[in-house]
Each structure stands twice: as structure tokens, then as C-alpha cells.
Design a protein. Structure first.
Length: 450
């Protein structure tokens, strides 16, 4: 009895230590089993208390009266599957007649308390089937990306969502995106994760960094073109517009519109072309868009109009030519001048880190998800890297990118430097790489996560 008591005390102490220091290990060792038992035991009573049950069918009531049996109890949604994950539980429910997916969403907070989980979110899988994702601990406090992620062309994992799933940047689904964030909000770390995810892919990276290149030039060995001033950026964007026109001419000559070619093989963008003819896709990263839109003289105003016009043209027409935009900035508002609102309308993906003002949050989410505006301006300053990600569908999530130092990003870009394509149109903007990348201090990085 004494040995058993000592062993039990040691197990409880180990569980408490893991829950405090390593919540992910605690969840996999103890939490997932306890949570699954808690959900199965409390399920019927919790659903009844949350108003997620329906009265029994009339034929069941009639049968109970005819056979002098007790009245059947109200029925909760039927559990189709209970699947444990590395961060929580996934519960798939079959709704009863008369129930709606919004009923589950409205009761998410009550389900979180009743099942003693950290977070509960829900989504509709198909008509009548709802997937409830429950997290057992705060997955955004210490971000740990899964070892394996789904590998698809032009789709890179960049962060972790609050429900434990991976947040991907999918350029085929959302060609252009806007990323906002105040100083020390984690925006630079998010950008590094994006470059790190794109580095192993067959893609050309083009950077515009008007802070004399301090953010992007350390990664220069993986970039096909870089601009460090508004003047160079204007010329680079004009070259990209010219490349876009050349790609469209190539698609036009290779459309194969003949009577004996099936519709599925008619080319309308670069992804419909044969592999040997397909141009290299280009991702354009603009580090600080406000520096391209500000001006003080008439000459700078003409340059500014030229830059914004080129960006708008690339945003409107660049998808089919394989040119994708990543617009980043600390501030993004209508005071940046004409064309900014038109540019924003073409940026489907929206990501907002901590912002200093509400108008920037409104520019990010006001036209797609107004309820995300409040969430964006409530991000605390001590949680660097935490962000709100949304898209044109109106849905939004809290995400946080794993911490990637500048040295780690530089090493990764150097490793895949042989994948940097040479684009003839952008040859004059190819960065010269010498010993600059070796001088980057390894400790200089905004710590997005601890």
C-alpha cells in the first residue's frame, strides 16, 4: 500500500509539473484521456443544459404511451466520431431535425466551461454535420508547429491557429494579401516564416524594402530581385508589369483552342500550361507600403502615382500570370492617397498584428469581418506575434507564428540559394551577395513567441 501511494504521488506530481512547464506533453500523456472520458460522461447532461437537445419524435411518444413505457428523454446531437489530436479533441456531431449550426456556435463558450477545455470552435462540415474542435491548453502561448504538414504547390504553413490547426498561406486560393502590424508586434517574424516556407519551393522572390533593405537584404541569396528605395521600387514594379504582359502573350499563344482539345486543357493561366512552358511564379514582398505612398514634392507625387498604379495593376491582373503580392505595413489608411482603397479591395487575405489605431483595423477587416476589428485592436502588447487572420469569406482566426530568428531565416535562404531563378526581365535588380549575410547578428529578431 505504501509503494502504491508513493507511486501515485509521483505520478500526480509529474502530471502537475508537466501541466505547468510542458502543457503539450501533459496533454498527450494524461489530458487527452481525461478529457475524452469527461466529454463522453457529461455529454448528454451538458447538451441538455446548453439547450442543444430536441424533444423526442411523436411516434416515440405515441409508442411509449401505447406500451405504458416512460416518456423518452430529449435527444442531443449524435456523436459520429471523437478523435484526439496533439492539441485537443475533434468532435463530429450529427444534428437532429430542427437544430442549426449556429446553435452549436452560440453555445461554444458554455461547452468550453462544461467540458473544462481551453477553447471550443465549430464549423459546418456539410448539411446537418458539425465539427467541434476543442483545445486542451493554450496552443498560442508556446507555438509548436507539427512535424508534418500538407505539402501542396504554392501553399506554405506560416502559423498556428487557436484551435490547434495549421494556418497556411495558399497563393492559389488567395493570390494577394495584406499584413499589418505596429512596431514590435511580430510582423517581421511572420514575414520571415513566409520567406522560410517559400525558400524550398520553385518560386521567384522579389522584395521591396525601403528601409535601406535592413529587413530583406540579409535574405538576398534567395531573392531574384530587391529594391531598397522608392525610385528603384518604381522601376522594379514597371519591370514586373512588363513581365506580366509577356506571360499573358505566352498564355495566349498556348491556349490550344481547337475543336479536338477538351475544355479542361484550354490554358487560362500559367497553371494550365505544360510544365516545360510554365513561367516561374513570382511572389512580391513589400515590407513597408507607406514608404511607397508618401511624398513631399511634385516629383515624388508622380513617382508615388506610378508605384500605386503598378501595384493596383499587378493586384488586378497578376494572378493568372503567376504574380502574387504580399503587402506589409505598420499603417494602412485612406490618407495614403488615391488608389489605396482600390488596392486593398484586391488583397483577399488579411492579417493584422497589434495595431496602434482603430482605422488601420477597419482598413484590414472593416469590409470583410467587422467583428474582427475589435479583436485586432485588443491584442496585448506583451503577446508579440499574435495576429488576426481573415479573408473575403468573412471568417477569421487568431494565429501566432513560431519564433524564427533572422539568423535562422538567413541560413535557410542560403541553403536553398540554388533554387533562386534568374529572371531576364529583373536581371538588373538582382541583389549582389557578398559577405553581408555573414554580418547579420544572430540574436537580432523580434521575439514573436517565447
Amino acid at each position: 500500500m505504501t509503494v502504491f501511494t508513493v507511486a501515485l504521488v509521483l505520478v500526480v506530481a509529474a502530471a502537475g509539473l508537466l501541466r505547468w512547464r510542458r502543457p503539450a506533453w501533459y496533454w498527450l500523456a494524461f489530458g487527452v484521456t481525461l478529457a475524452a472520458l469527461r466529454v463522453l460522461v457529461r455529454y448528454r447532461s451538458v447538451m441538455d443544459a446548453c439547450g442543444l437537445t430536441v424533444p423526442p419524435a411523436r411516434w416515440r411518444l405515441a409508442l411509449a404511451r401505447a406500451t405504458n413505457q416512460p416518456i423518452p428523454e430529449p435527444r442531443p446531437p449524435r456523436i459520429q466520431r471523437l478523435r484526439p489530436t496533439r492539441t485537443g479533441l475533434v468532435l463530429r456531431l450529427k444534428l437532429r431535425p430542427g437544430q442549426d449550426v449556429f446553435d452549436i456556435a452560440a453555445a461554444s463558450d458554455r461547452l468550453r466551461h462544461s467540458f473544462s477545455m481551453f477553447g471550443v470552435t465549430s464549423r459546418e462540415v456539410r448539411s446537418g454535420v458539425v465539427e467541434v474542435r476543442m483545445t486542451g491548453y493554450d496552443v498560442l502561448k508556446r507555438v509548436q508547429m507539427p512535424a508534418e504538414t500538407e505539402a501542396l504547390p504554392m501553399r506554405v504553413p506560416v502559423a498556428l491557429r487557436e484551435d490547434g490547426s495549421v494556418h497556411y498561406r495558399d497563393y492559389r486560393a488567395m493570390p494577394h494579401a495584406l499584413t499589418l502590424g505596429a512596431t514590435e508586434s511580430g510582423k517581421s517574424v511572420y514575414q520571415r516564416n513566409l520567406v522560410a516556407g517559400l525558400a524550398p519551393l520553385d518560386v521567384a522572390l522579389v522584395g521591396i524594402d525601403c528601409k535601406q533593405g535592413v529587413e530583406l537584404f540579409p535574405l538576398a541569396r534567395r531573392f531574384s530581385a530587391l529594391a531598397d528605395s522608392p525610385d528603384t521600387a518604381a522601376e522594379l514594379l514597371d519591370a514586373l508589369v512588363a513581365r506580366m504582359a509577356d506571360v499573358y502573350r505566352l498564355i495566349r499563344t498556348q491556349q490550344r483552342i481547337t475543336i479536338d482539345v477538351p475544355d479542361a486543357e484550354i490554358a487560362a493561366d500559367i497553371w494550365d500550361l505544360p510544365d516545360e512552358l510554365r513561367p516561374t511564379p513570382v511572389v512580391v514582398l513589400v515590407d513597408e507600403v507607406a514608404e511607397l505612398a508618401l511624398y513631399a514634392t511634385k516629383e515624388e507625387e508622380r513617382r508615388r502615382d506610378r508605384i500605386i498604379t503598378a501595384l493596383v495593376r499587378l493586384a488586378q491582373l497578376g494572378r493568372a500570370a503567376g504574380i502574387y503580392l504580399e503587402i506589409c505595413g505598420q499603417r494602412f489608411g485612406s490618407e495614403l492617397g488615391k488608389g489605396i482603397t482600390m488596392l486593398r479591395a484586391q488583397l483577399t487575405g488579411r492579417t493584422a498584428h497589434r495595431l496602434n489605431d482603430e482605422p488601420s483595423a477597419n482598413m484590414a477587416f472593416g469590409d470583410i469581418a467587422p467583428d474582427a476589428v475589435l479583436a485586432a485592436i485588443q491584442i496585448p502588447a506583451e503577446l508579440r506575434g499574435l495576429a488576426i487572420a481573415g479573408d473575403a469569406s468573412g471568417g477569421w482566426h487568431r494565429i501566432r507564428a513560431p519564433h524564427t530568428s533572422l539568423r535562422q531565416a538567413v541560413n535557410l535562404c542560403n541553403r536553398y540559394a540554388d533554387r533562386t531563378p534568374d529572371l531576364p526581365e529583373l536581371a538588373s535588380f538582382r541583389p549582389t551577395t557578398g559577405t553581408a549575410t555573414e554580418l547579420v547578428p544572430s540574436a537580432k529578431a523580434s521575439p514573436a513567441t517565447a
